[in-house]
Ligand binder design. Structure first.
Ligand code: C2E
Ligand code: MG
Ligand code: MG
Length: 747
């Protein structure tokens, strides 16, 4: 069994370094380098000084004594020579005395040498001498003393006395003593030399040691500094690389990756700032994402996110067999809630509805709000079988409708909303979101027209219908300017078959579609808002016609009935519009009859009454059109300043055969009489119908029996009026007619 290996605690250099600021680290590194350099330089200088000192010691301390001893030895030898030189002048040896000149010269030289030897020796002898040196020196000192005492000093005496023999003898003594002292001084010199050599060797060794130390210290400090430098560089570069990676991640938009901050240095501060920045960027990105992809009011996904989901669904539908569906949900009458309760409560209603819808729509379905009161549900993963998929979409639509129907409390009152839904099923289709939305919109529109609070599946036929409608709307915009709109007039007669007036009926002579019936284009004009311009034009034409009739006694009593659509009547300027048309034409208001429908007057009864009374004060009269088909109550009828009730043609059609129609018309006539209203029977086509109606005391009739709607020239012709002299004037201009016999019966 092997013993577990001891794990040394790992030293985290990065963490250790990052505790200190980079500036501090670099400064410390610099200080360390300087300190090491100083230490190395000092130790180098020290080594040099030691080497220098050892050389000096060799030179001064050891070689100088050698030189001194050599000089002493030489001086002693020189004395010998001086004596020989003094003896040399009397080389024949017969003269007892020496030649005085050389003797004196020799004596002076020897005295000088003796002094020099004394000085040199005393210098040497007083210097620091070791034991062996001292012993040898003492031996030599005694030999020298003997040499001086026994030879040199007497020799000087002999030289001064010019004694040749004494000099010769003493020279011999001096040589003998010199030769005896020489080995001693030589031994001393050798000793000195050896010591000098030893000092030199020691100096060399110390120098080598110091050099080795210096080089080792240099290498060691270089290694330590390199290691420290490397760790320092790593402690800066690694966090910088980590920071770089974080920057790159942020640049790539990855704002969720965590940023680890270690230590307290500048890079740590940078990373902390970066982390804060990343957090802020993340929050901002989230906010931007919310703004771009979510509806701020309901927090539901918006059109952009829906588009992405639909595109993904379309892409997925190209790969699998599943059906998917787009359900366009539009709240019914939301505008009314907004108008009556105000926008704030309207918004609250939307939020509440959105919450309830969201509870119904769970994955894989998806819901978005794409407009004011429009929501879109993308139903995913429906069955591959079309019928089942349709049933699934229908079920979802039912649940959505139920969610919208749920009670919602607004301003302390409970409200129940409703919605219309258009469903567009799709599978493996090359369609765009726009196409799908258009189809769902068509179906939704159909659901609306079918009575609301229901859903409808997209049908291509519906689409075609809608496209025709859209094309008609575009064409209608230019119709008035192109002079394609025309007024037809249908006569109204009294019990004596005499013309009492006419109803103005609008016609659109479309260059491609021919005559487009008003029932088809009036709703389009209402939706597109064109009804205001068209209605004003009709009113102006009618007033101009009244004015034209007013000029003729035979026609001046004729009334003109103008149909007013709900949208036109609801316009705040409607009263001013009518008055303006009357004023502009100068027509008699009493002969203008405005035909309103029951649904129109019931929409906002108070506003209706107010407007009707305002016009009534001007003299304008009102007829309730298509009476009997709506839901007006007697109390409503009582409030309205009406003049006529127009019994709808549907009660007239079978009046000859159906007793209940007789009963209805009879009731209407009786009720009208009680309310002080006149009755006009519409759609009278046969003499039999007229007969029954007349029997029921119906005072005025209108229908094909008396005349179809026709342009004014034909109308006047039918009335027996002569044709106008010229029709070069525009229709709005009032032609002057000759008096006609209008009292005759209408054929
Ligand atoms: P309305 O006001 O009830 O007009 C009577 C409709 O019955 C007219 O249809 C007329 O041609 C038709 N009619 C008249 N006598 C007979 C008859 O004996 N038998 C049958 N079967 N029908 C008869 P039209 O001209 O197609 O107008 C339809 C509706 O369009 C009008 O119903 C009216 O509501 C609306 N309208 C017509 N002109 C205008 C207009 O200038 N402005 C507005 N807002 N609506 C208009
Ligand atoms: Mg009418
Ligand atoms: Mg009618």
């Amino acid at each position: 069994m092997t013993a577990p290996r001891k794990r040394w605690p790992q030293l985290d250099h990065a963490a250790l370094f990052s505790r200190f600021r980079i500036g501090t680290r670099l400064a410390a590194m610099m200080a360390l380098a300087v300190a090491v350099t100083v230490v190395l330089a000092a130790s180098g200088l020290h080594a040099l000084a030691a080497a220098n000192e050892s050389l000096y010691m060799v030179h001064e301390g050891r070689m100088k004594p050698v030189r001194t001893l050599a000089q002493i030895s030489l001086l002693m030898l020189a004395n010998q020579q001086q004596l020989q030189m003094a003896l040399g002048r009397t080389a024949d040896g017969r003269s007892p005395s020496l030649d005085p000149l050389p003797a004196r010269s020799a004596r002076e030289a020897i005295e000088h040498n003796v002094q020099a030897i004394d000085r040199l020796w005393s210098e040497y002898a007083t210097g620091p001498l070791g034991g062996q040196e001292r012993a040898l020196a003492d031996t030599f000192a005694s030999s020298r003393a003997r040499y001086l005492g026994e030879a040199v000093m007497p020799a000087l005496e002999a030289l001064s006395t010019l004694s040749y023999h004494d000099t010769q003898r003493l020279a011999a003594t001096a040589r003998a003593l010199y030769e005896r002292a020489y080995p001693e001084i030589q031994a001393l010199t050798d000793l000195q030399f050896q010591m000098a050599h030893a000092a030199y060797a020691d100096g060399v060794q110390r120098y080598a040691h110091a050099r080795w130390l210096a080089v080792s210290a240099l290498l060691a400090s270089m290694a330590v500094l390199s290691l420290l430098g490397m760790l320092l560089i790593r402690s800066i570069v690694h966090p910088l690389q980590a920071a770089q990676q974080v920057f790159q991640r942020i640049a790539r938009g990855e704002l969720n990756s965590p940023i680890v901050v270690q230590g307290h240095d500048e890079i740590s501060e940078l990373m902390t700032a970066l982390r804060d920045m990343q957090t802020q960027l993340g929050a901002k990105e989230k906010a931007i994402h919310q703004l771009v992809y979510y509806d701020p009011l309901t927090s539901l996904p918006n059109r952009s996110l829906l588009k992405e989901n639909v595109q993904a669904a379309l892409a997925a539908s190209a790969r699998d067999d599943h059906h998917r569906a787009l359900l366009l949900l539009d709240l019914d009458n939301f505008k009314a809630i907004n108008d009556t309760l105000g926008h704030e409560l309207g918004d609250a209603f939307l939020v509440d509805t959105a919450d309830r819808l969201q509870q119904v729509v769970q994955p894989p379905h998806f819901i978005a709000r794409i407009g004011g009161d429009e929501f879109v549900v993308l139903a995913g993963q429906l069955s591959a079988d079309a019928a089942t998929a349709l049933a699934q979409a229908g079920l979802l639509a039912d649940r959505l409708l139920a969610a919208v129907n749920g009670p919602c409390q607004l301003a302390g009152q409970w409200h129940h909303g409703s919605a219309s839904i258009g469903i567009c099923l799709f599978r493996r289709q090359d369609a765009t979101m726009k196409d799908l939305l258009k189809r769902a919109d068509t179906a939704m529109y159909h659901a609306k027209s079918a009575g609301r609070n229901s859903y409808c599946l997209f049908d291509p036929a519906l689409q075609a219908q809608l496209e025709t409608r859209t094309a008609l709307e575009a064409a209608l915009r230019g119709a008035m300017a192109a002079g394609e709109l025309e007024l037809h007039f249908q006569v109204q007669v009294n019990a004596e078959r005499k013309a009492s007036g006419a109803e103005v009926l609008l016609r659109w002579n479309h260059p491609a579609h021919g005559s487009v019936p008003p029932a088809q284009f009036i709703p389009i004009a209402e939706v597109s808002g064109l009804i205001h311009a068209i209605g004003t034009w009709v009113l102006q034409q009618a007033c101009a016609q009244l004015k034209a009739w007013d000029a003729q006694p035979s026609t001046s009593h004729l009334e003109l009935a103008v149909n007013v659509s709900a949208k036109q009547f609801c316009h705040p300027d409607f009263v001013a519009q009518v008055c303006g048309a009357l004023d502009h034409a100068g027509a008699n208001p009493r002969l203008l009859v405005l035909e309103l429908t029951e649904s129109l007057v019931l929409h906002d009864i108070a506003d209706t009454v107010r407007k009707m009374q305002a016009l009534r004060r001007r003299g304008v009269r009102f007829a309730l059109d298509d009476f009997g088909t709506g839901y007006s109550s007697l109390s409503h009828l009582k409030q309205l300043p009406l003049h006529y009730l127009k019994v709808d043609g549907c009660f007239v059609r079978d009046i000859v055969t159906d007793p209940s129609d007789v009963a209805i018309v009879q009731t209407i006539v009786g009720m009208a009489r009680n309310l002080g209203l006149r009755v006009i029977a519409e759609g009278v086509e046969t003499e039999a119908q007229r007969h029954v109606l007349q029997g029921l005391q119906c005072p005025v009739f209108q229908g094909y029996l008396f005349g179809r709607p026709m342009p004014m020239p034909h109308f006047e012709e039918r009335l027996g009026m002569p044709p106008p002299p010229s029709r070069s004037t525009p229709p709005s201009a009032v032609p002057v007619y000759m008096p006609a016999t209008l009292s005759q019966e209408i054929p």
